[in-house]
Design a protein around this ligand. Structure first.
Ligand SMILES: Cc1cc2nc3c(=O)[nH]c(=O)nc-3n(C[C@H](O)[C@H](O)[C@H](O)COP(=O)(O)OP(=O)(O)OC[C@H]3O[C@@H](n4cnc5c(N)ncnc54)[C@H](O)[C@@H]3O)c2cc1C
Length: 296
């Protein structure tokens, strides 16, 4: 039996992995996609201590190397169910079933879709500026969203696009510093209190119907919030109303299950908080095994 299974290999899960392994726990991290999590989709991280200017994928890679250097075991598998047994858990994936004394949930959250997105056919809405920005060199691009992510990624996209329009349903909520950077750019236009009603194709471009006007653009990006990746956890009774995991210092309502990073209900959703919580969760898992005297 394993001591600790960690679900997710973003900053929270990788930090938990290093702390769990170094505290002597037989540890396995399970990741359904690419190690690194959400930071793989961001162009620039300039607020994570020790790295004043690094791309998201480079930071993800450095974290992944750190995990591998510590010989933390990991597998690319999707966790589909977790069941509480007497004093252990079974973790089911798309490939295997594992037994473990503790579980650390670090599955993060996914970007929220635009309301009308499911109805749109053949229309691509991107959420990865670092992947797609070069496609829009000297073109017109729409960014939907008014928070920090929309502005950070919009400013990056404006280095490629000729015209960039940021549209938000309410008022801008991004930090003052980001807003001021965006306002200094001649090719960024900010439209507040507007909403995308419909998107259709016109002459190989996209016609965007807003409440009060129409726009013709070449590319669309969206950064309008997130949905926690917790559907497969509904049997455990650890979720709050909006689907996030309720925790107290990473401890969930089920003894032996801990949670950290963007998947938990909290105030600050950043890499540095995810890493800090990952470390805490791993050390709490270790204490849990010792206190409960759980045998193999
Ligand atoms: C565009 C953008 C820009 C950002 N910029 C910054 C910034 O500049 N600075 C900053 O500090 N933060 C930034 N953030 C926030 C930061 O990316 C997150 O706070 C951080 O990635 C959270 O880490 P995490 O490990 O909790 O979750 P994630 O990074 O989301 O990782 C979760 C991982 O779990 C995996 N997973 C989920 N469910 C399962 C399952 N069932 N089975 C197996 N694996 C699973 C996912 O595939 C993913 O790899 C940004 C976010 C975005 C979207």
């Amino acid at each position: 039996m394993l001591d600790c299974i960690i679900v997710g290999m973003g900053p929270a899960g990788m930090s938990a992995g290093i702390y769990a392994k170094r505290s002597g726990l037989k540890t396995l991290i399970l990741e359904k996609n690419t190690p690194g999590g959400l930071i793989n989709t961001t162009n620039l991280v300039d607020n994570y201590l020790g790295f004043d200017d690094i791309t998201g994928p480079d930071l993800a890679y450095k974290m992944f190397e750190h995990v591998k250097n510590n010989e933390v075991e990991y597998k690319i598998e999707e966790v589909t169910k977790i069941k509480k047994e007497d004093n252990f858990f079974t973790v089911e994936t798309n490939k295997n079933t594992y037994k473990t004394k503790t579980v650390i949930l670090a599955g993060g959250r996914s970007p929220r879709k635009v309301d009308i997105e499911d109805k749109l056919k053949n229309i691509k809405i991107s959420r990865c500026s670092i992947c797609d920005a070069p496609l829009y060199k000297n073109k017109t691009v729409l960014v939907i969203g008014g928070g920090n992510s929309a502005f950070e990624e919009g400013i990056y996209l404006s280095e490629f696009a000729q015209n960039l329009i940021i549209i938000t349903r309410n008022q801008v909520t991004a930090d003052a510093e980001l807003l001021s950077q965006a306002k200094k750019k001649d090719n960024i236009k900010i439209i507040e209190n507007e909403e995308v009603i419909d998107i259709s194709e016109k002459d190989n471009r996209y016609l965007i119907k807003l409440k009060n006007e129409e726009l013709l653009v070449d590319g669309i990006f969206s950064y309008i919030g997130y949905v926690p990746s917790t559907e497969y956890l509904s049997n455990l009774g650890i979720l709050e109303g909006s689907g996030y995991i309720e925790t107290k210092d990473t401890v969930t309502l089920v003894p032996g299950i801990f949670a950290c990073g963007d998947i938990i209900k909290k105030d600050v959703y950043q890499i540095i908080t995810a890493c800090s919580e990952g470390a805490t969760a791993a050390l709490k898992a270790k204490t849990h095994i010792i206190k409960q005297k759980i045998e193999d």
